[in-house]
Design a protein around this ligand. Structure first.
Ligand code: GDP
Length: 557
């Protein structure tokens, strides 16, 4: 439950205070931001592409893919993307539609990069859960759903690929409700599937939108639509499907909850849509509805009970992602900041939550409009800006203007599942090795643990959600810092837990012989981390030592 703000929002006019300007309600209200969560192959790239097409941000489908081609050309390590045919970067895409300003937080699809996705979700106000109609829920969707739940994000469900043979819509609805304990509120309902896919019914207006295979690149603007009770309908969609549709409608009206915005905003209910991203069907219907019911730029809680509303008249924001060397010619480093309140202006001076009294000038913020990086002159709550990072910024940092000290809670790191010792085989390159490693750790590309030692200088252990992250680190260390690295897998361990009780609790448990076969490491801040060989061993230790509080992510210090 969100508590009442102690910092009052400003009156609904543009206000100037200390030279900074508040965001106008107009700019806040027209903004929507969301991230798409899905399992690889569900159609995220395709859906993104179609959405950008509607926003007029790109001229033709295929441009989203070529965006990463462009990147590959400029950045060496993106070679990896090409080799593996996956997308491993994430950015923010902005476009205008119908008077709205939409920010799509693009998350990497490959499961090894879910750590990055987790962080991106910290900047999102809404999540769109993309589900393959033939497959239903898949592992990656489940994992990401958990993060959305933790963050209390409203979730919009888009069931994709109805043009292919699909599970029954009731089956899909049931599965999600059962597994996620979240009620589905179908907004669109499909008529048939695969070869027999005839369109969708908008339950609200009782309008049937007929399906036309529009082709991959065309915009389907003139979709025929007619009333559910139009006498021509049975002929158009076949008697059989018409009867089925009427039956479905009756069943839905009886069985599912009506759409309740309050419950959507708390994540208890999810508006459900059906369509086919590839053939561009149902995408615009979804977008239009999302713009009316999606959550506007939301307020953010600070560590204490205070809440910063988007209308708060000073600028506040937090860093959720760092990226270095996108363009090797410039050695640029970007910190992505989610604007929470106020208005960003080019050249503005801000304070930094970790550097008392020091002001930082935000000279060149960048935003990604479709493929183009552009310099941003102004940004508002709900926006994401990429600011130049000469090394000041770390993930979770807050920046703000005004005399109230603002600090948003940090972003937790999620539990790594792969571990490897890392060594520098070439002592003469130590400086570069250190620099590269620090940089990549700052970016959160991987986490680093160490073997336990009193001086904190135990052997370093890289920890990641997936082994692909190790490949990226090695590749980037070589390409960007010119150093070779040797990795030796710490095989057998796949589960990490942070011990909240500190070292005392660990020592006690060790003396009692309860941590046999468990690897003891420490994180960057010297806090104990236990590595387990499997869930069973973890459960065992937990059962033996109920007083030992083990948590799967590291709290920000
Ligand atoms: P991502 O991994 O989630 O980004 O998935 P992509 O967008 O790359 O799509 C994976 C594959 O599914 C591609 O071959 C797409 O052409 C295909 N695809 C995506 N959406 C649809 C759809 O609505 N219908 C059909 N038949 N195929 C689709």
């Amino acid at each position: 439950p969100k508590t009442e703000p102690k910092l009052a929002p400003v009156a609904p006019t543009t206000t100037s205070k200390g030279g900074q300007w508040a965001a106008t309600p107009f700019e806040i209200d027209r903004r929507r931001n969301f991230a798409i969560i899905s399992h690889p192959d569900a159609g995220k790239t395709t859906l993104t592409e179609k959405l950008l097409l509607y926003g007029g941000a790109i001229q033709e489908a295929g441009a989203v893919r070529s965006r990463s081609d462009q990147r590959k050309a400029t950045s060496d390590w993106m070679e990896l993307e090409k080799q593996r045919g996956i997308s491993i970067t994430s950015t923010v895409l902005s476009f205008e539609y119908d008077g709205n300003h939409i920010n799509l937080l693009d998350t990497p699809g490959h499961q090894d990069f879910s750590e990055d996705t987790y962080r991106t979700l910290a900047a999102a106000d809404n999540a769109v859960m993309l589900v393959d109609a033939a497959k239903g829920l898949e592992p990656q969707t489940r994992k990401l759903f958990e993060v959305c739940k933790l963050r209390e994000l409203p979730i919009f469900t888009f069931v994709n690929k109805l043009d292919r043979p699909s599970l029954s819509p009731f089956e899909l609805l049931d599965q999600i409700e059962r597994e996620f304990g979240m009620k589905m509120a179908p907004v669109l309902w499909p008529i048939g599937d695969g070869e027999e896919f005839k369109g969708v019914l908008d339950r609200d207006t009782k309008t049937v939108h007929l399906f036309e295979r529009a082709g991959r690149t065309k915009k389907a603007t003139d979709m025929p639509e007619l009333d559910l009770h139009d006498p021509k309908l049975p002929e158009l969609i076949t008697e059989e499907l018409h009867e089925q549709l009427l039956e479905d409608v009756e069943m839905l009206d009886e069985l599912v909850e009506p759409l309740d915005m309050e419950r959507v905003l708390t994540g208890e209910q999810s508006p459900m849509f059906f369509g086919s991203a590839m053939t561009n069907f149902g995408v615009e219907l979804f977008l239009k509805r999302f713009l009316t019911i999606g959550q506007k730029p939301s307020s953010r809680r600070m560590g204490n009970a205070d809440v910063i509303l988007p209308g708060y008249n000073e600028f506040t924001g937090f860093v959720f992602k760092l990226q270095a060397n996108l363009d090797p010619r410039h050695r640029d480093r970007l910190a992505y900041v989610r604007v929470v309140s106020g208005r960003y202006e080019k050249g503005m001076k801000v304070q930094h939550s970790r550097m008392k009294g020091k002001q930082v000038t935000l000279a060149h913020a960048q935003q990604l409009f479709a493929q183009e990086r552009e310099t941003v002159l102004a940004a508002y709550p709900g926006d994401v800006i990429g600011i130049n990072n000469p090394g000041h910024f770390a993930i979770g940092d807050t920046i703000f203007t005004g005399s109230n000290k603002i600090r948003f809670p940090g972003i937790p790191s999620f539990s790594p599942e792969c571990f490897a010792y890392m060594r520098n085989p070439n002592p003469s390159k130590y400086k570069n090795y250190r620099k590269g490693l620090d940089q990549l750790l700052d970016e959160g590309a991987v986490q680093m643990l160490r073997e336990r030692s009193d001086d904190g200088n135990g052997n370093p252990i890289l920890a990641a959600v997936g082994t692909l992250q190790f490949d990226v680190v090695q590749h980037r260390m070589k390409a960007e810092y010119g150093v070779d690295t040797i990795l030796e897998p710490l095989s057998g361990y796949n589960t990490a837990r942070w011990a909240e009780g500190g070292w005392e609790s660990i020592d006690e448990a060790t003396k009692a012989g309860k941590l046999f076969g468990v690897f003891t490491a420490q994180d960057r801040f010297g806090r104990p981390v236990l590595l387990f060989r499997n869930e069973w061993k973890l459960a065992n230790v937990q059962g033996d030592l109920p007083q030992l509080e083990l948590i799967p992510w590291s709290r920000p210090p």
